[in-house]
Design a protein around this ligand. Structure first.
Ligand SMILES: Nc1ncnc2c1ncn2[C@@H]1O[C@H](COP(=O)(O)OP(=O)(O)OP(=O)(O)O)[C@@H](O)[C@H]1O
Length: 365
């Protein structure tokens, strides 16, 4: 491998135990220079622990971490040249914005004039030039988070780690800071690893997403790949807003599948796909935005009963009962009446088929 192609951050077979509990199980991940990677997973899956191991705030039980080709084994956190932004922005309340941003530079005993230039540059980067003399209490939550980012960037880190950077912000600010951080990444190109449990954040900000569960990486890929081709039922049911509905189907006869107490005869091409696996039991993943509501007796439609609907501004999310299983469908126009039967016509190309036992997606490329 040429030096240029070597990964900037390389995590190899990292494990972590706390007493008897193994919270990270054989994690390997290679991240090229300039990438923005999100570690996405539910609470407790080990993503913060992995971030702390990279930062040097926790030691791994096994495996290794290399940055820029150099082993970080035994290198203390402050010597790693890694910038970390935590969810609580942890600004010093009694210090001005300038002094907060300069903090890491003072720790490195940088000459005053050079430090002042760096502070100015970092505040410009986060669009807070002119705010240097303010106290943190005179800034909004989003601005405070940007000061925390500037503080991390001022040291020109080899790696930027973001631990749930938006979770202390309200819903509106969260969306604008999300765009700010992404645009900052486009301009600065700092290699970034962000931890989040919010799939929308991960999918919209990062260019590579690592979906984690129970101490393992289940899938690593672009947001598009993870959305279009989830490796497992867990990933399909975790990403997407709202995520895919996962319904269990039992084969009744060639071309006829039972969902609870409802028989479905999918259109020929889809029926052939489903029959091909010669299984009696499948989990079918259906994306709410890839299903049309049609007449209940339309050929190839699934029959379901409307339970409720939510108005979402641009459309509605209709919740239905499919032979005792839940399914959600995005619909434009008026809400279908609760209690009525409708037909659901999935876009055959977007139907995902999973092994009911292992959860692994069938038809993997
Ligand atoms: N210092 C510790 N001692 C013992 N157990 C710990 C310690 N730190 C974390 N754990 C446990 O390790 C598991 C993973 O924790 P971690 O914080 O990495 O998860 P997470 O995916 O970041 O979750 P969250 O989003 O809730 O922070 C959890 O079960 C947690 O209780």
């Amino acid at each position: 491998m040429s030096a240029a192609a070597a990964p900037h951050l390389k995590i190899e077979q990292v494990t972590k135990r706390f007493g008897e509990t193994e919270v990270l199980k054989d994690i390997s991940l290679s991240i090229p220079k300039g990438a923005f990677v999100a570690l996405l997973g539910p609470s407790g899956c080990g993503k913060s622990t992995l971030l702390k191991i990279i930062a040097g705030l926790e030691a791994p039980s096994g495996g290794s971490v290399h940055l820029g080709g150099q082993s970080l084994d035994g290198v203390p956190a402050y010597k790693r040249d890694i910038g970390v932004v935590f969810q609580s922005y942890a600004l010093f309340p009694h210090m001005t914005v300038n002094d907060n941003v300069r903090f890491g530079l003072d720790m490195r005993a940088m000459p005053k004039a050079e430090a002042a230039t760096r502070v100015g540059e970092a505040l410009e980067l986060v669009k807070l030039g002119g705010y240097g003399e303010r106290m943190p209490s005179e800034l909004s939550g989003g601005q405070q988070q940007r000061v925390a980012l500037a503080r991390s960037l001022a040291i020109r880190p080899r790696l930027l780690l973001l631990d749930e950077p938006l979770s202390n912000l309200d819903a509106v600010l969260r969306k604008s800071v999300r765009v700010d951080i992404r645009e900052l990444h486009e301009r600065v190109g700092a290699t970034t690893v962000m931890v989040t449990h919010d799939q929308e954040e991960a999918m919209s900000m990062a260019d590579t997403v690592a979906v984690m569960a129970e101490g393992r990486i289940l899938q690593l890929g672009t947001p598009e790949a993870i959305y279009e081709r989830p490796a497992t039922r867990f990933v399909g049911g975790f990403v997407g807003n709202p995520p895919a509905s996962l319904v269990r189907a039992l084969k009744r006869f060639e071309g006829g599948w039972l969902f609870g107490d409802t028989i479905w005869r999918p259109e020929d091409r889809l029926a052939a796909r489903m029959d091909r696996f010669n299984r009696v039991d499948l989990v079918v993943g259906l994306r709410p935005e890839r299903i049309a509501i049609v007449a209940p007796d339309a050929p190839g439609a699934l029959r379901a009963e409307v339970r409720s609907s939510e108005y979402l501004g641009g459309g509605r999310l209709v919740h239905l009962d499919l032979g005792g299983q839940k399914i959600a469908v995005e619909a434009a126009g008026a809400a279908p009446k609760t209690g009525t039967s409708v037909g659901l016509m999935p876009d055959a190309g977007a139907v995902m088929l999973f092994d009911a036992e292992t959860g692994v997606r069938l038809e993997r490329e």
